[in-house]
Design a protein around this ligand. Structure first.
Ligand SMILES: *[C@@H]1O[C@H](CO)[C@@H](O)[C@H](O)[C@H]1NC(C)=O
Ligand SMILES: *[C@@H]1O[C@H](CO)[C@@H](O)[C@H](O)[C@H]1NC(C)=O
Length: 394
């Protein structure tokens, strides 16, 4: 990716130059998009398509992306699969309904914990709980799929975390509240997304007690507890170490490792370089660990369903429908960054220049194969952001 990166650096220091390169509105008048006439497929198709390629044509992506193989119960990946769904992206709810049987766990991003005062907490976000949709997932999977909402600790100040990490009574109140919430809404458990906030604050024994005091009472009641954990970052402390994993893996149902967002607008490039994903997983549970293949089943390699769009002004995340809109300005085929195993394109549109990294069937297949090889599961962030034909690979 060295050449492209230098282009991106030039791009970010010389935005004005690129602005002048964009065609004027007048020049655009009457121009037809060459892809306008394509017959686009949508919904279930009854042929198994073999579309995983290193150099897919833009035309093929535009034609095929919204169609999927009719038997959505067919599983191509044997290990544990978690899919996140967010209330701000409705398409994810549909994807979860269509492909229910390709998932073991669906984690809707619904819940927040707030601290109100001494030993006083409140759960918010329950207005997002969608019981009709939950029932459909249960029915589609003959009750097999688990629904495990994500929980974050919202608006916690340093002092709130200090209290929580110091006093067992505080943690017990949270455990009780979470159990109540699972009972009321018939959740199968929760996914705790707090590790990044508490790690490095205190020594490991305090972190372990924190997680144990919340998780163990839940596990005793047959509720599942998953944890979101950060990947390895260069030049940063390791937030989730082999010691953490070794201590926690027995009673935690699974760890969703957020192996994405490797690059950002200050440091443009691929979203989840292949080797970095591998290193992140091997770091947490190296093959020198006793029974490592058994333990790795609880590690869920994070797959991004969104991409990154770099523009002269910065850019940001890009999701399926935005990607398809930009793709219509690209000619020929996607380029592959062979080193990082991600597809990208570099295009000038009437509104400016974009260099976009977004998942492809090929890049996802590569990472699914990697998960299989390493013996891990998968966690997908998040279902509504991907293209419908991606799920054929699961
Ligand atoms: C779909 O796939 C599942 C799982 O492999 C299989 O049991 C089922 O028979 C298939 N359904 C059809 C209609 O082929
Ligand atoms: C163990 O992992 C290392 C990389 O971390 C790899 O080079 C080595 O081949 C692996 N050994 C086995 C037996 O899988």
């Amino acid at each position: 990716m060295k050449i492209e990166l230098s282009v991106l650096i030039v791009l970010s220091v010389l935005p004005a130059v690129f602005c002048t390169l964009t065609p004027s509105k007048k020049g655009q008048k009457g121009t037809k998009n060459p892809y306008d006439q394509l017959k686009v497929k949508e919904g279930p198709v009854d042929t198994e398509r073999d579309l995983v390629r290193k150099d897919p044509t833009i035309k093929e992506i535009l034609v095929e992306n919204a169609a999927y193989f009719i038997n959505t119960s067919l599983r191509n990946f044997e290990n544990h699969v978690v899919g996140f769904v967010t209330p701000w992206n409705n398409h994810g709810y549909d994807v979860a309904k269509i492909f229910t049987n390709k998932f073991d766990v669906i984690s809707p991003v619904w819940l927040q914990i707030h601290r109100q005062g001494k030993q006083e907490y409140r759960i918010t976000g329950t207005h997002d709980v969608n019981e009709g949709w939950m029932n459909e997932l249960k029915k589609n999977s003959l009750q097999r799929v688990k629904i495990v909402p994500r929980v974050i600790f919202d608006k916690f100040e340093d002092d709130d975390f200090a209290k929580l990490l110091t006093f067992r009574e505080e943690r017990q109140v949270i455990a009780k509240l979470l159990i109540q919430t699972c009972d009321i809404y018939k959740f199968d458990g929760i996914l705790l997304d707090v590790w990044s906030q508490i790690t490095l604050r205190v020594d490991d024994p305090y972190l372990f007690e924190f997680i144990e005091d919340i998780a163990k009472p839940m596990v005793e009641r047959d509720l599942l507890v998953y944890m979101a954990v950060p990947p390895r970052r260069k030049h940063l402390h390791d937030h989730f170490t082999p010691a953490h994993f070794t201590h926690l893996w027995k009673f935690i149902s699974g760890f969703t490792v957020m192996t994405y967002d490797y690059s950002n607008i200050r440091n443009p490039g691929p979203n989840a370089p292949y080797q970095w994903v591998r290193d992140s997983i091997e770091f947490i549970c190296p093959n020198t660990t006793k029974n490592y293949m058994q333990k790795r089943k609880k590690i869920l390699l994070g797959l991004n369903m969104y991409g990154l769009d770099f523009t002269p002004d910065g850019g940001g995340a890009i999701i399926g429908h935005e990607y398809l809109r930009l793709l219509r300005h690209v000619k020929g085929r996607l380029a592959l960054d062979e080193n990082d195993e991600e597809h990208y394109f570099d295009v000038k549109t009437p509104t400016g220049r974009h260099i976009v990294f977004y998942p492809s069937l090929y890049s996802i297949k590569k990472r699914i194969d990697l998960a299989r090889e390493m013996g891990t599961g998968l966690s997908l962030w998040e279902l509504g952001q991907g293209l419908d034909y991606f799920y054929d690979l699961l």
